[in-house]
Design a protein around this ligand. Structure first.
Ligand code: PCA
Length: 330
């Protein structure tokens, strides 16, 4: 009799601890950029905020530097549930749907304020597209503005003819085509290695990726064109999200809103830090010549009109809403 009671309570205890274990969800977050990058630091804070707000019920582990999936595989992995959550560069998916590339068009939105208005215009369409693929947008944060890194000094785009150009997205490959350079697509996680083998003579990216990848070890010129601010987006698998209880979902959404705000501020603040870092490492920061700027603006004009053709009514709505929200000129 005594022994029977003991067994019973042991069973009860065991099943109780199982219930606790079941109530905890663990998510692996697939990310593509280095742990020290500000996007990744923001992700880590986001995960800590979620942990705290849910009392440890939802544990998110951030896997930086494309350790789980390559940058351009993350979206599909989240869609298929191989990763419940991940961070992608939206512009990488422009070939799937032009809308993802709205923030990759040179000179459409060049300041943080403009980039924010562009996100506001883009977000409802992104929500709709991601929902159709069983995903949900958690938050989106821009990279610092994009400029040209080049081994050679550049007076105009003619100097880029035949140059080996690193691209990270369809749009950055298209720029190479328009200026007569030779594009090769290399994601950030492979960039340092590619540069060490000498296959890169020029590229467009941010001060941030230049700094992270130690571009200054092989390239000495940066032309601060401030051409556009592409965005990362944290996306979650809808089924994984729906499986959370309501308070956990609410905590996640609230932490995402906080992370978005923090990320925009961080991106802007860190631009000066990255630029200074590049300079200290021997990079020459150039203000582009009027000719180079003008040439690149022409490239932007061609790309915008191509994009508007491809992106149809949704694209027109985004650019329309973006332009309408512009503060009146003083
Ligand atoms: N850095 C990423 C994307 C945009 C950016 O600034 C990269 O170069 O891959």
């Amino acid at each position: 009799m005594k022994r029977g009671l003991f067994t019973l309570s042991a069973v009860a205890l065991f099943s109780m601890s199982c219930a606790v274990a079941q109530a905890q969800t663990k998510w692996d977050l697939a990310a593509a950029y280095p742990a020290s990058n500000f996007h990744t630091e923001n992700l880590t804070k986001f995960a800590a905020d979620v942990d705290q707000a849910t009392g440890g019920k939802l544990k998110i582990t951030v896997h930086a530097n494309a350790a789980l999936f390559k940058a351009n595989e993350i979206k599909r992995a989240v869609q298929g549930g191989q990763a419940p959550i991940g961070e992608v560069l939206l512009a990488n998916f422009e070939n799937e749907n032009p809308i993802y590339g709205a923030d990759g068009i040179p000179f459409l939105a060049t300041s943080y304020a403009d980039a924010k208005r562009l996100l506001d215009a883009q977000r409802p369409v992104l929500d709709k597209m991601l929902a159709a693929q069983n995903m949900k947008l958690m938050y989106s944060v821009p990279w610092p503005s994009q400029g040209i890194y080049s081994k050679k000094e550049l007076a105009s785009v003619a100097d880029l003819k035949g140059i080996k150009w690193r691209a990270y997205s369809p749009a950055t490959a298209k720029i190479a085509e328009l200026v007569g350079a030779q594009p090769v697509t290399i994601q950030a996680a492979e960039l340092s290695q590619a540069m060490a083998t000498g296959v890169v003579e020029a590229m467009m990216t941010s001060s941030s990726t230049g700094y992270d990848s130690k571009i200054y070890e092989s390239i000495k010129n940066f032309y601060d064109l401030q051409a556009w601010l592409p965005k990362n987006a944290v996306i979650v698998n809808k089924k994984a999200f729906d499986a959370l209880d309501k308070p956990t979902q609410d905590a996640l959404v609230a932490a995402a809103a906080t992370a978005e705000k923090r990320g925009w501020a961080l991106s802007q603040e860190k631009t000066a830090f990255y630029m200074k870092g590049l300079e200290e490492k021997g990079m020459k920061i150039h203000k582009p010549s009027p000719k180079l700027s003008q040439d690149m603006r022409q490239v932007g004009d061609v790309m915008l009109s191509d994009w508007l053709k491809k992106s149809g009514a949704d694209g027109e709505a985004i650019v329309g809403a973006y332009r309408k929200s512009a503060p009146a000129a003083k």
